[in-house]
Design a protein around this ligand. Sequence first.
Ligand SMILES: [Cu+2]
Length: 117
Amino acid sequence: MRTRRRAISLVMLVGGLAACVSERPTTAPEPPTDGNSVAIKNFAFVPPNLSMASGATVTWTNQDDVAHTVSADDDKTFDAGVEPGQTFQFTAGAPGTYTYFCRFHPFMKGTLTVTAP
Ligand SMILES: [Cu+2]
């Protein structure tokens, strides 16, 4: 009887540990970003939507280990290759909504909304 009770306690202990482990977040928390920074990581623009005032500068930082591009859909506002660990900066001009993508991975999409200063 004593042995059986101990076995039950052990099961409860293991179950409790498993519950603790499963409550852990599965990914690291996002690092804080200022309003004009976009990370390129895990084949995505983070955040995908950014709003900024005309005249402000936005910086994209490639945190992946492959090259990406930051290419405006209109093909003329900005179009830059960004190597791993490198950055690309763009100073917003005319207010408007600028959608962009990565030429190497067209599923990577972002939107830059430029407001009046
Ligand atoms: Cu890419």
